[in-house]
Design a protein around this ligand. Sequence first.
Ligand code: HEM
Length: 158
Amino acid sequence: MEYFTLARVIHVLAVVLWIGGVAMVTTVIIPAVKNMKSKEDKIETFEKIEGRFAIQAKITTLITALSGFYMLYEMDAWGRYLDVKFWWIHAMTIVWILFTLVLFVLEPLVLHKLFKKYAEENPEKTFIIIHRAHWVLLTLSLITITGAIAGSHGWYFF
Ligand code: HEM
């Protein structure tokens, strides 16, 4: 049973480092980068910071999934995927799939090249789009965290 609690502790710590970082990039770093004067500074600063954070995000998404699936396995709670009361389990899984796709597939294969091209051509518009995408992911993550904490402690909203 302590292993289950340990998995929960690890799960929440990984989520804090991951989604906390997404919040920092969304509310502080991108607005600061948008205010920079030169295009070169904008691109270089954003690439350096986002590049470092990508490593942290990759590690924490993996740890979140391992600890999350371990908890489902220990509770033998796979049936929750068939019950809308547990919408927050679906939300956690969807948020994880979205970030995993972006971090491990889309960013290295497509997004990085697209960013380079469009940031050179039109940095203002590119950073507006990047900022919106971060807000969408952050909002989804915060709704998920709200549902997961409430649901884990017996409050299902409906
Ligand atoms: C594959 C992905 C994931 C799986 C399988 C998973 C699974 C779980 C499970 C089984 C629990 C415990 C539920 C219970 O006690 O009844 C849990 C709790 C939690 N999860 Fe996830 N999770 C995943 C991803 C995420 C993500 C992406 C987030 C954040 C965006 C997240 C945030 C949380 C939070 C905040 C809790 C509540 C902890 C508590 O209050 O005790 N999880 N998760």
